[in-house]
Design a binder for this molecule. Structure first.
Ligand code: SF4
Length: 348
């Protein structure tokens, strides 16, 4: 519970009596509570922006998600990717990665849990039923780590139960946590993939503040596999650092040595990218950071990425490292341009 023990809880009056709210409060009996009308209006007053983020991440908000509960995601023109669905089960998380795009995405940085689970699950079910026999992919963890608060909400168990009725669909739970207890005692969950973002420990130390170490993430992935679950490996964002090649090579060798290759569903590669609005916050919060050093260029979707030859080199080298270990795991690029895909596809 290290990552989900807040100093203060804000609760929307509308969901104060909900069973999920009561379950969370039961698990956090000593935390002060403030009842509010709308989580979007919570303000954390501090002079420095870094303090606003830090203090916000020590709180928790419990709210009802209104509007789109399931969002269809399509890549913008020029960026390659499949149409997939994102489940809105929460906003933000209590970790504090320097590169997190959510810093410039929401009005506040308070980890927020949407507890209208029945409405969310019904919205997912509606999409699944319309899809029929078509293969369809859902994600949890796009706007909030998928498992960071699972110890409080048990939402993963509800997802697993729903997706067991739809074997053609797949749900990816994207995380950096070690909150896996709920996944260790369920069986026959072939269409759930728990995908960890793995980074070399030097990157974890430099940029992924308050997150579990690389070793802790690998150990959690091992346990989940042993319990029968598939895992995904996300190297996203890949961040250039001194001796990047050897750092990523050592990590990949460790991953493929420790994990069961048959139960690795995919490896996804994505270079660090950012919108100018995020760069401003990163600089303001971390004036000494090395994250934005390097050759970045604006791309067709408005995001800045490493200069194309650098990205190509990264993907080709990582593709070759994986190719020397196995050809049985699907490797793909995340949010990349057609030009880059075409230049690296022979080694993926
Ligand atoms: S774990 Fe994910 S959601 Fe949480 S701060 Fe890091 S990048 Fe953002």
């Amino acid at each position: 519970m290290k990552n989900s023990h807040p100093k203060k809880i804000f609760i929307e009056k509308d969901v104060a009596k909900s069973s999920v709210t009561q379950q969370i409060l039961h698990k956090l009996p000593d935390v002060p509570v403030e009842y509010i009308d709308d989580y979007r209006t919570i303000k954390i007053d501090e002079c420095k922006i870094d303090d606003v983020f830090k203090k916000s991440k020590e709180c928790l908000a419990i709210a009802r998600k209104k509007g789109e509960l399931v969002k269809q995601f399509k890549c913008r023109d020029g960026i390659i990717g499949n149409t997939e669905y994102y489940i809105s089960h929460g906003n933000n998380c209590s970790f504090d990665c320097e590169y997190c795009f959510l810093q410039s995405y929401f009005d506040n940085a308070i980890p927020t849990l949407f507890v209208n689970h029945d409405e969310i699950l019904n919205a997912v079910k509606d999409v699944l039923q319309v899809a029929g026999d078509k293969k369809i992919v859902f994600h949890a963890g796009e706007l909030c780590d998928a498992l960071a608060f699972d110890g409080l909400t048990d939402l993963s168990l509800k997802f697993i139960s729903l997706f067991s009725e739809f074997p053609n669909a797949r749900l990816e739970l994207r995380t950096k946590t070690t909150t896996i207890d709920n996944l260790l005692n369920v069986s026959g969950i072939n269409n759930i993939v728990v995908s960890w973002t793995f980074s070399p420990q030097v990157i974890v130390d430099a940029y992924e503040h308050k997150t579990p170490s690389l070793e802790e993430r690998i150990s959690a992935a091992e346990k989940v596999q042993r319990a029968g679950c598939n895992v995904g490996i996300c190297l996203d964002p890949i961040i250039m650092c001194e001796d990047w090649f050897n750092n990523y090579k050592a990590m990949l060798e460790m991953l493929f040595d420790r994990l069961d290759i048959e139960k690795i569903k995919f490896v996804s590669l994505g270079g660090f990218r950012y919108l100018p609005s995020l760069a401003k916050i990163i600089r303001e919060r971390n004036p000494q950071t090395n994250l934005l050093l390097g050759e970045f260029v604006p791309c067709i979707d408005g995001k800045h990425r490493y200069f194309r030859p650098i990205r190509v080199e990264i993907y080709r080298e990582i593709g070759k490292i994986i190719g020397e270990i196995t050809h049985d795991v699907k490797v793909s690029l995340c949010m990349e341009t057609r030009e880059v895909w075409n230049t690296v596809k022979d080694v993926l």
